[in-house]
Design a binder for this molecule. Structure first.
Ligand code: CUO
Length: 696
């Protein structure tokens, strides 16, 4: 019987040949001769085996008839791969389809071993990960964090060079010191945008974004496995997750006394903000290209990627989408009009704008969001004249590093908000919960009431699986990230209905003052509302007190799940929790749950609403395990666990005569003022001489 966990070893050391040792114990794949690539013949393979020793654990690979892989193979191994480019997605989709069709784990292993050294390493990783996630016989496998395999996309290239040196000089793992990723290394303080390095360049945030796009692929081979793309409310979740990113980013901007992000809504205007990533692609052995200040976009025509899009195309698509929004319906492929109603309208628009293969009319509405990424990513070489690769905006694992990501997505969000503005405001009966009064809410952290504190903290992570062509063994990097002290919500609810009731507690938070230090009107503040948590409460008749810890947020996943070598942190084997764990890899990182705040303290409005769960519950099989991080990521193989529109009750404009949050409140809602103070001290780890530490 094949051990399906062996499949995971194929992710290790992605640019090394498949016959090299893998995993912590140096496992070797016994590869059939016909599977070897032209680069290494059998004799060379034997030489490697003899050098490494023949006493290692072996994985035997059976020789089978290999499907035609020439289509995905046509993307060269040292090119760039981007999910925002349709021709690349199609190649990945083709490979995913092949992986999904194989009738056994043994055959999957065999084809994956054959494909691994022939495909672009990131294309292979993506396609294989999507396939493992969706195959019934492999979906319980527990994939590691993407950054362990491609650390080059998450940090300064000089750090990787230092890791290589440390590994080479210190051959014994226990002698190696963690290598420190410097903070604020991509620009100087002359660049005001650089204040936000800790958000844009946060490893966990970039991992979340990669993971989100991994579980929500944009397309797959036409007609094949449509359910992989067609997930419940997928378009709406694209809108909501990215809307929340913008809300969070704006809270960070205000924390740094910066103006709110300006939407990039005129593609002919120069992009004021340059970005120099200082990263080298290990696949391409070349630097990620920078973008200079004030670069202007020009039409894109790169034959190599079958990519041709002009600024005019973008403007036409945008105009068609705005027209549809203002008319209240779209025109589908069959020339029928489909209403953008209160329930499905946002989902249809999400599919159109992103745009995924679910777009009902891609001829008319185009490929707006994806092509925006690519126009920006190729701004330095739009015609491939210089044979250059895309900048960081070209990939979901790196795009959030660049300030333009937020301007582009602020523009995309404006489109969604244009639709939301066409919907009627929620009426009192949409918001109230008869019989339920929320009496109060407060937040406690380390004995302090309604005061939260953030600070910076160092953590170590093992990168050994992504470091190719170097002595094996653990090698740690030390990075600095924002952190907050854990906190707990407490609130009292009075249930006067005389019967037990179920409620959905919805907690949001937004800055109170705008970038002009004026109190925000609700029409603006609603766009800044950050979802912090959403959970079920059971309310017996009379008064009850409820508490909820910040670590259990429905938005986040714990630090350990974002970063840790997951083998050492697994729940019971074959449990439901284990089944869910991969999906659990998607989630906003817990360490970024709350904004940084200010040294002198920054005022936020924390909001609680208890809504009627009976009207909102989704009847479906148990949602244990990952249900904790469903807000931005949904639930695997299940419906989104809330019938309300995402972002409810702040997804629509308030009634015209409601201008403040207080006026908006019904008796099942409460707010409290919370101050977030940023402590400038960095919580450091013990000195670097403390070797071979573990992540904690
Ligand atoms: Cu997630 Cu533009 O979609 O990056």
């Amino acid at each position: 019987m094949p051990n399906k966990k062996d499949l995971l070893l194929l992710f290790d050391h992605p640019t090394e040949p498949v016959f090299m040792d893998k995993g912590g114990n140096g496992t070797m794949f016994e590869v059939p001769k016909s599977y070897l690539t032209e680069k290494y013949n059998l004799e060379e393979c034997q030489i490697v085996k003899m050098r490494l020793g023949d006493d290692r654990p072996k994985v035997f690979v059976s020789e089978i008839s290999i499907p035609d892989l020439s289509f995905p193979e046509s993307l060269k191994r040292n090119e760039s791969f981007s999910l925002f480019i349709q021709s690349h997605r199609q190649k990945a989709g083709y490979l995913i389809d092949i992986f999904l069709r194989l009738d056994s784990v043994e055959h999957l292993k065999s084809v994956a071993v054959y494909a691994r050294d022939r495909m672009h390493p990131v294309l292979f990783h993506y396609a294989f990960a999507v396939a493992l996630l969706h195959r019934p016989d492999t979906k319980d496998l527990n994939l590691r964090s993407f950054w362990q395999y491609f650390p080059d996309r998450f940090m300064d290239s000089t750090v990787l060079q230092m890791i290589r040196e440390e590994s080479f000089v210190m051959q014994r793992t226990e002698d190696r010191r963690p290598i420190v990723i410097p903070i604020k290394y991509t620009a100087s303080d002359l660049e005001p945008e650089h204040n936000l390095w800790y958000f844009r360049e946060d490893l966990g945030i970039n991992l979340h974004h990669w993971h989100w796009h991994l579980i929500y692929p944009i397309e797959i081979t036409p007609g094949a496995h449509h359910n992989i793309v067609k997930k419940d409310r997928r378009g709406e979740l694209f809108y909501y997750m990215h809307q929340q990113v913008i809300a969070r980013y704006n809270a960070e901007r205000l924390s740094n006394n910066m103006g709110l992000v300006k939407p990039f809504n005129n593609l002919t205007e120069p992009i004021a903000e340059g970005y120099f990533p200082k990263m080298d692609s290990q696949v391409a052995s070349r630097a990620f290209p920078p973008r200079f200040d004030n670069v202007k976009l020009t039409d894109l025509h790169r034959k190599v990627d079958q990519l041709k899009v002009g600024i005019n195309d973008m403007n036409n698509w945008s105009r068609s989408i705005y027209e549809a929004i203002h008319h209240g319906f779209i025109i589908n492929d069959d020339n029928e009009s489909v209403r953008l109603d209160e329930v499905k309208g946002i989902d249809i628009l999400g599919n159109i704008i992103e745009s995924s293969v679910l777009s009902p009319n891609s001829m008319l509405y185009g490929d707006l969001h994806n092509m925006g990424h690519m126009l920006i990513a190729y701004a330095h070489d739009p015609t491939h004249k210089h044979l250059e690769f895309p900048g960081v905006m070209g990939d979901s694992s790196t795009a959030m590093r660049d300030p333009i990501f937020y301007k582009w997505h602020a523009y995309i969000d404006d489109l969604f908000q244009a639709h939301k503005k066409t919907l009627p405001a929620y009426k009192a009966e949409d918001l109230s919960f008869p019989g339920i009064d929320v009496l109060n809410i407060n937040v406690k952290s380390r004995g302090q009431l309604n005061r939260l504190t953030t600070f910076f903290k160092e953590s170590d992570v093992d990168l050994s699986r992504g470091m190719d062509f170097q002595p094996r063994g653990s090698v740690f990097t030390r990075f600095t990230h924002l952190q907050h002290h854990p906190f707990e919500y407490t609130f009292d609810v009075n249930n006067s209905s005389g019967a037990p009731l179920l409620g959905y507690a919805r907690i949001f938070m937004a800055p109170r003052l705008d970038d002009n230090n004026s109190t925000m009107v609700l029409a603006d503040q609603r766009l800044m509302m950050i979802e912090l948590d959403k959970f079920l409460i059971r309310m017996p008749p009379g008064e009850s007190t409820f508490t909820q810890k910040s670590i259990n947020s429905s938005v986040t996943i714990p630090f350990e799940r974002t970063f840790r070598d997951q083998d050492s942190n697994r729940p019971g084997k074959n449990t439901a929790a284990e089944q869910e764990e991969f999906f659990c890899g998607c989630g906003w990182p817990d360490h970024m749950l709350v904004p940084r705040g200010k040294v002198e303290g920054m005022t936020f409005d924390l909001f609680l609403m208890v809504s009627n769960y009976e009207n909102e519950r989704v009847i479906q099989p148990g949602v244990e395990g990952c249900s904790k991080s469903a807000s931005y990521c949904g639930l695997r193989d299940r419906l989104y666990p809330d019938r309300r529109s995402m972002g409810y009750p702040f997804d629509r404009l308030p009634p015209w005569n409601v201008t403040s949050l207080n006026q908006f409140l019904t008796s099942n809602m409460k707010t409290v003022e919370v101050t977030i103070t940023h402590d400038k001290t960095i919580e450091t780890l013990p000195p670097l001489t403390n070797r071979n530490r573990k992540v904690d």
